[in-house]
Design a protein around this ligand. Structure first.
Ligand SMILES: *[C@@H]1O[C@H](CO)[C@@H](O)[C@H](O)[C@H]1NC(C)=O
Ligand SMILES: *[C@@H]1O[C@H](CO)[C@@H](O)[C@H](O)[C@H]1NC(C)=O
Ligand SMILES: [Cu+2]
Ligand SMILES: [Zn+2]
Length: 243
């Protein structure tokens, strides 16, 4: 039932996106009102279902996985970044948690900072370049998009991070499922760059690697949680030895 509603909501979200970019040549132009109505109704049904589900105390946790691969559009000299991004949402409407584990960055002596975002389309037909702009269902400036995950420290060519409190969702009208997670070459200026690109994409530079978010069971999250704990332990041990 929940899956069915999600499918419906995703369709409705696509319809409303078409509506935000009306094309006068498009036969659908002029249906704005109806689409807006439909979107409002679907959102209402969704809210109601969410509350009922929460009240019934069912295990409503949602999980998603995204297998990150180097962009097919990369130049030969660029680093091949790959890894795994996992999401968990304990109940519909809750903030997201995520594990980010990526490798293949250049091994520079300095810690570098790389931006990661959710982009609009799950279209990798020309690598990460076809994933479109930042996913922006509410038409707000960067960095207020649901998938503006900010900057991530890279050490020894690797990125390991657990984040919570992410304001994105795996279900409902603005679900990120079926959209792309994009790893950038540069740092996100978080809207403070003083140009138009800054409030659209944070001037984060080239798209090194990406993946499409897909729903999954709880297994990958459990495995990653364990691997992450072991990684932290190893790092503490090596820090103790060197200090
Ligand atoms: C690396 O760190 C050193 C010392 O902090 C600094 O001088 C240098 O500019 C940094 N290099 C890069 C590429 O950021
Ligand atoms: C999440 O984003 C929505 C939409 O921009 C906003 O209304 C809400 O306040 C945000 N919630 C948190 C906890 O930041
Ligand atoms: Cu991006
Ligand atoms: Zn953004």
């Amino acid at each position: 039932m929940l899956a069915l509603l999600c499918a419906y909501l995703l369709t409705a979200t696509h319809a409303s996106e078409a509506w935000t970019n009306p094309d006068p040549q498009d036969p659908g132009f002029g249906m704005e009102e109806q689409i807006r109505d439909m979107h409002a109704k679907v959102t209402e049904i969704w809210q109601e279902m969410k509350q009922r589900r929460a009240a019934s105390g069912q295990d409503a946790a949602l999980h998603a996985a995204c297998r990150v691969l180097p962009s097919a559009a990369l130049a030969a000299a660029q680093p091949r970044v790959r890894g795994l991004v996992l999401f968990r949402q304990l109940r519909p409407g809750a903030l997201l948690e995520a594990f980010f584990h990526l490798e293949g960055f250049p091994t520079e002596p300095n810690v570098t900072s790389r931006a990661i975002h959710v982009h609009q389309f799950g279209d990798l037909t020309q690598g990460c370049d076809t994933t479109g702009p930042h996913y922006n269902p509410l038409g707000v400036p960067h960095p207020k998009h649901p998938g503006d995950f900010g900057n991530f420290a890279v050490r020894d060519g690797q990125l390991w991070k657990y984040r919570s409190g992410l304001n994105a969702s795996l279900c409902g009208p603005h679900a990120i499922v079926g959209r792309a997670v994009v790893v950038h070459e540069g740092e996100d200026d978080l809207g403070r760059g003083g140009n138009q690109a800054s409030v659209e994409n944070g001037n984060a530079g080239r798209r090194l690697a990406c993946c499409v978010v897909g729903l999954c069971g709880p297994g990958p999250w459990a495995r990653q949680a364990q691997e992450h704990a072991e990684h932290k332990k190893r790092r503490r041990e090596s820090e103790c030895k060197t200090s």
